[in-house]
Every structure is written in structure tokens, then in C-alpha cells.
Design a protein around this ligand. Structure first.
Ligand SMILES: Cc1cc2nc3c(=O)[nH]c(=O)nc-3n(C[C@H](O)[C@H](O)[C@H](O)COP(=O)(O)OP(=O)(O)OC[C@H]3O[C@@H](n4cnc5c(N)ncnc54)[C@H](O)[C@@H]3O)c2cc1C
Length: 416
């Protein structure tokens, strides 16, 4: 087959790959989307608790984490403005999005992640992309002497391609299909990798000192001091049987994952909106009630009881009876509580993978590899992730679109 009629082969029908297929096919290129699972988009299906938080309502590149060039990060993220992404979902995919006011997250009005997954795959088909499931790519051979790309499948079959888009994701939740094969392949092709690590993953504590609080949830403010600056997050906090979860915990978890040693990475919790001075004032009010009664008015009952016990204050102690040393211990536990984390749930539960292909190794306009021309990279395989809130899909959509358009563009290097 002449290489001009060969398809652009997109590997991985997840968030980024499906978007790449939509845009490459929409630009008129023949597209073949290869996916190892039997239906694709499995992370979309389980995202947002089955509701799929498609996008945030506001976004700034400064919210993303990467060890790569900030300049590339910015260019990539701003290449498809949030308002245009939203319009695409509503007008092209046909999924109206609704704002959840308290979180600033956008969900499909139907609250069904399946509508997002099916809507994107349908649009890829309508634009002319061919989809092939159960196709597990095990290797890619770049063109030799002007020949085609060769994409090798397990079982021995080889698929020829004009260009290749690799959208195989990271290492998180491997049963969704992303087991790291793509990372291995790009390394074989000459890319370097920034160390990968689990991010947005729950923390554990061994022994499970807070197991009796499992199920207690509240809004908390967390802070993880870093070598330079601090990582902080405000939002839902959930005590689990094994440790701590909820958006605020997930958002700071990579500090713990990367430190590995709890002694080297404190994570402090403030359990209410009140800071130390505000609590001091409240505890000094000489009203007649008990300290426990006051705590229970501001915190979930079980947590109030635990904090009082950990501060070694008697349940019957009234506010006027509270000694200065007791007050200091209590205020510290209320506003700067050191979480006794000892580990994390790792990739098994991580919503994303940190690290990956350095952003400087792709052209930020087209997502074309600077190492192997004709290869395009998008999504979680790249060294970038954002906090909870739709930011990771935003990255997948923006990089997927750019890679699809880049691969379909005549300016991009032709194989053959
Ligand atoms: C539980 C959970 C909830 C989440 N909720 C949200 C949310 O609400 N909002 C948000 O913004 N983000 C959320 N995320 C993160 C989001 O799902 C990811 O950032 C996003 O899916 C990454 O897209 P991707 O296309 O790069 O990778 P993936 O979505 O992982 O897709 C990669 C695809 O490539 C396929 N593949 C891999 N290797 C091969 C191979 N060798 N051959 C063929 N195919 C292959 C895989 O089967 C998979 O279909 C969540 C993640 C998890 C785990």
C-alpha cells in the first residue's frame, strides 16, 4: 500500500487517544484506533465516581505538576481554551455539562460517565475513524528507508501506519488497560522518562490508629511543607479503614509518595476554617459549657471525641476549667494536626501517574516527538498531572486534540 494511503494509527482508546482519533479523522486523515481492552475508555467509565468530571470550570496552568518545562506546559494547556473544550462537548459530542457549584466541577447533565465514553467513541466513528478493540500493541518500529511505521500486536500481526499517536496512559489502575507498555515502547524508541510515581492516591496508616473514624468526612485544609514552598489543598477529607482519602488527601498525596519516609514529609491538617487565633479566642470564652460540647458544634462527633482524647483532656472539662497547656495541645490538634500516615495505596488506586515523557521532548503545538519524527504523544504518558477536579481530563483532551491535528497536518513529517 502506498504510505500516503496508510492510516494514522492511534494506540489507546482512552481519553486522549479517542480525542486524537476524532480530530485526526475530522481533518480528513484515515485513522485506525487500536485498543487492547474490549471496549476502551475504562477510566472514563469509573471517573468521578461514575459521573465523570469532564472539566473544571476554571483552569490555570499553575495548578499542574510537572518536572518539565513550565513554558511547554503552558503552551499545551492554553492551546485549547476551556470554553472551547466545553463547547466541543456540548455541540460536537452532544453532551450538555452542568456545573456543580460547591466544587466548581463540570459533569454531564445525565451524571453518567458512560454517556461521555460512548459519545466520544461514537463521534470518532462518525468522523470516519476505524476502531479495533482487543488489539494489544507490543512494539513499534519506526520507518526504515522511507517505508511505513510498523505497529506490532501480540500474536505476531503487524499493522502499517503513516504516523503513530501513542496514547497508552500511565501506570495507574492497570485493570483499565494502562499497564505501562506504552512507557516501555517510547523508551525503546529513544525517549527519556522522568521517574514515574503514583499521584492522587489515598494514604495509609499502619497500625490503623484512626480505623474507628472510618466513614467520618469533613472539609479540611491540608499542608505538606516541601523543600521549596508548600503543597496545600482544601476540600473533602475522608477517614477510611486503612487511612485517609478524599480530594484534599489525594491532592497532596504525591508529596508522601515521593518522600516515602513519613518522618521526612509531614502533612498537617486544619479541621475547620478557624485558625489557631480564632480557636484560642473561642476556647477562652468563659461560657459554662464543656470543651467537648464546643468541639462537637464545629466538628463531626467522632472526630471531636478523638481530638479531645488525643489532647489528653477529660470529657467533662468545662471551658473555664481548661488549663493553658491543655488549650495549647488542643489548638495544635485542631489547626496543625500531623497526620500519622505511613504509606499509600500506590498505582492500584492512584487516579493518575506522575512523571513520564518530559514535555520538552514533544513540540507543544503538535505533540510530535522531537526524538522520533512522525510519532505523536498525548495524555497521561507525558510528564504532567493536575489536581482533582477535571484537570486531568482537560490535559488528556487538549493534548489528544493537538496530537490528532498534528498527525493529520501536512506540515508534520510524512513517513514515506
Ligand atoms: C478512579 C479514577 C477516577 C478518575 N476521575 C477523574 C475525573 O473525574 N476527572 C478527571 O479529569 N480525571 C479523572 N481521572 C483521571 C483520568 O481518568 C486520566 O487522567 C485520563 O484517563 C488519562 O487519559 P489517557 O488517555 O492518557 O489514559 P487512559 O485513559 O488510561 O487510556 C489509555 C488507553 O490505552 C490503552 N492501552 C494501554 N496500553 C496499550 C497497548 N499496549 N495497546 C493497546 N492499547 C493500550 C488502555 O487500555 C486505555 O484504554 C480518574 C482516574 C481514575 C483512576
Amino acid at each position: 500500500m502506498p504510505s500516503s494511503s496508510l492510516p494514522i494509527v492511534v494506540i489507546g482508546a482512552g481519553a486522549a487517544g479517542t480525542m486524537a482519533a476524532i480530530f485526526a479523522a475530522g481533518a480528513g486523515a484515515p485513522v485506525l484506533l487500536l485498543e487492547r481492552t474490549k471496549d476502551g475508555g475504562r477510566k472514563i467509565l469509573i471517573s468521578g465516581g461514575g459521573r465523570c468530571n469532564v472539566l473544571p470550570s476554571e483552569m490555570s496552568p499553575s495548578q499542574y505538576f510537572s518536572a518539565s518545562s513550565r513554558n511547554s506546559l503552558k503552551k499545551i494547556l492554553l492551546s485549547w481554551p476551556l470554553a472551547d473544550q466545553r463547547r466541543f462537548f456540548e455541540e460536537e459530542v452532544g453532551i450538555r455539562l452542568a456545573l456543580e457549584h460547591e466544587s466548581g466541577k463540570l459533569f454531564p447533565e445525565s451524571n453518567r460517565a458512560r454517556d461521555v465514553r460512548d459519545g466520544l467513541l461514537d463521534l470518532a466513528r462518525r468522523r470516519g475513524a476505524r476502531l479495533r478493540f482487543g488489539a494489544h500493541v507490543v512494539g513499534i518500529d519506526p520507518p526504515v528507508d522511507g517505508g511505513p511505521w510498523r505497529v506490532r500486536l501480540d500474536g505476531g500481526e503487524t499493522v502499517e501506519a503513516a504516523k503513530v499517536v501513542i496514547a497508552t496512559g500511565g501506570l495507574s489502575v492497570p485493570q483499565t488497560g494502562s499497564d505501562g507498555t506504552g512507557l516501555r515502547i517510547v523508551r525503546q524508541l529513544g525517549h527519556t522518562l522522568h521517574d514515574t510515581y503514583a499521584a492522587l492516591t489515598p494514604l495509609t496508616t499502619e497500625p490503623a490508629v484512626h480505623a474507628h473514624l472510618a466513614g467520618v468526612s469533613l472539609t479540611a485544609h491540608l499542608e505538606a511543607p516541601l523543600e521549596r514552598g508548600a503543597l496545600s489543598a482544601e476540600g473533602g477529607f475522608l477517614f477510611t479503614h486503612r487511612g485517609y482519602s478524599g480530594p484534599s488527601v489525594l491532592d497532596v498525596s504525591h508529596a508522601a509518595v515521593r518522600a516515602r519516609k513519613p518522618a521526612e514529609q509531614p502533612i498537617y491538617a486544619r479541621w475547620t476554617e478557624m485558625d489557631a487565633a480564632a480557636w484560642e479566642r473561642l476556647l477562652l470564652e468563659r461560657s459554662g459549657g464543656t470543651v467537648l460540647g464546643l468541639l462537637r458544634r464545629h466538628l463531626p462527633t467522632r472526630l471531636a471525641d478523638t481530638l479531645l482524647a488525643e489532647a489528653e483532656i477529660d470529657e467533662a472539662r468545662t471551658l473555664p476549667q481548661l488549663r493553658r497547656d491543655e488549650r495549647a495541645r488542643l489548638v495544635e490538634r485542631l489547626t496543625r494536626y500531623r497526620l500519622p500516615w505511613t504509606g499509600d495505596e500506590g498505582y492500584k488506586k492512584a487516579e493518575v501517574t506522575g512523571g513520564g515523557v518530559p514535555l520538552g521532548e514533544v513540540d507543544p503545538r503538535t505533540q510530535e516527538s522531537r526524538v522520533v519524527p512522525g510519532l505523536f504523544l498525548c495524555g497521561e504518558i507525558l510528564d504532567c498531572f493536575g489536581p482533582i477536579g477535571g484537570y486531568n481530563f482537560c490535559w488528556a483532551w487538549a493534548t489528544g486534540r493537538a496530537a490528532g491535528l498534528g498527525a493529520a497536518s501536512n506540515d508534520a513529517v510524512e513517513a514515506g
